[in-house]
Design a protein around this ligand. Structure first.
Ligand code: ADP
Ligand code: MG
Length: 332
């Protein structure tokens, strides 16, 4: 199978939204009147961002999911994406499930594959995604990292820390019962981009970011760009690890238990969560709850923003917790 057969067979489909899709030198995309394009690019490298053992269907899903997560964090509606793919060989047993996983998520978000590049080389997947955000009265409705205000509530969507738990099981540093691992593994390999929540938070959240490198590290970007500080309740964030409930429930007697420090670290600095972290004024609490309901996405209040710079961690009793957590950095 040659390069062009491969594209034709696995990636080319009729386009509905784009003015021109795969097959020419450029794709053509017409954003709706009164909107601006939101553009983001994320690369996935084998061994760095995923393990070679990952099911190709899940990898196809994840490659697009991490990009859609960036659109979600901006409150942008997905439009289209391009796919640059380096493959060691044209392996149909890999390409078929990979493209199915990728295009199933694309269809779920009405986001079209409109072009790309295909080359032989070490497995590497690079997606650029395009979305649109309304401009109202000359002002972009995009959610930014820079708008958090002193007094705002701090929220996170969904669950955090389970992806890291799965990674640690793969690394052999911890062992958990099979059902706990299976659900954590799904969070690592097939994350859910919070697109509907991002859209519902437009005009409501004062700032937002998606958590890819760890909750505290990504919160740090909001704090720096907004020029504010924050307090985070670590008891609440630990309870947001889905797998944690297994141990705090009736089956809590198991001696395979990860330590309290491990749970704490996974929730605060686990990485690969792809949840939205955002701020909103206390007066908007009911509206945030309504946005969570409308987008069918759980949202939890985990702390607040303050004028005083820096990050403070507290436990359930409000006692200070030492911050020893470092988030992921490719070159650190
Ligand atoms: P060019 O040489 O002009 O860059 P190519 O021959 O590489 O174009 O690609 C032919 C067409 O196939 C282009 O429209 C390109 O966008 C598309 N394409 C190439 N690889 C992919 C891919 N992996 N997924 C989707 N479209 C692709
Ligand atoms: Mg090319």
């Amino acid at each position: 199978m040659g390069e062009f057969d491969l594209i034709e067979r696995y990636f080319k489909r009729p386009t509905a939204r784009a003015a021109l899709g795969i097959g020419d030198d450029c794709a053509l995309l017409q954003p709706s009147p009164g909107t601006q394009l939101a553009i983001s690019c994320d690369m996935l490298v084998e061994g760095r961002h995923f393990l070679s053992t990952i099911d190709p269907f899940r990898l196809g899903h994840k490659a697009l999911a991490v990009n859609l997560s960036d659109l979600a964090a901006c409150g942008a509606k997905p439009l289209a994406f391009t796919l640059a793919l380096a493959l060691p060989r044209a392996d149909e047993a890999w390409l078929a499930p990979f493209s199915q996983g990728l295009l199933a998520l694309a269809d779920a978000h009405n986001c079209e594959l409109i072009g790309g590049d295909t080359t032989q080389g070490p497995l590497n997947i690079c997606i650029t995604v395009f979305g649109e955000v309304p401009v109202v009265g000359g002002r972009s409705q995009a959610l930014l990292r820079s708008g958090a205000q002193a007094g705002d509530d701090l929220y996170v969507s969904g669950t955090v820390g389970d992806a890291r738990l799965a990674l640690e099981v793969f690394r052999g540093t911890v062992s958990v019962p099979a059902p706990v691992f299976d659900s954590a593994r799904l969070r690592l390999e097939q994350p859910t981009p919070r697109v509907a929540l991002g859209l519902a938070l437009r005009g409501l959240a004062t700032s937002a970011i998606d958590i890819s490198d760890g909750l505290l590290g990504d919160l740090g970007h909001i704090l720096k760009q907004s020029g504010v500080g924050a307090t985070v309740d670590t008891e609440t964030t630990t309870n947001l690890i889905a797998a944690y409930a297994y141990y705090t429930g009736a089956r809590g007697q198991l001696d395979l238990k990860p330590s309290p420090e491990q749970w704490l670290g996974w929730s605060l600095a686990g990485g690969d969560d792809y949840e939205l972290l955002f701020t909103a004024p206390p007066a908007a609490r009911d509206l945030v709850a309504a946005a969570a309901l409308a987008s069918q996405t759980p949202v939890t209040h985990i702390g607040h923003i303050s004028r005083e710079r820096g990050l403070r961690l507290v436990d359930g009793d409000g006692q200070s917790v030492a911050n020893t957590f470092t988030s992921f950095d490719h070159f650190a």
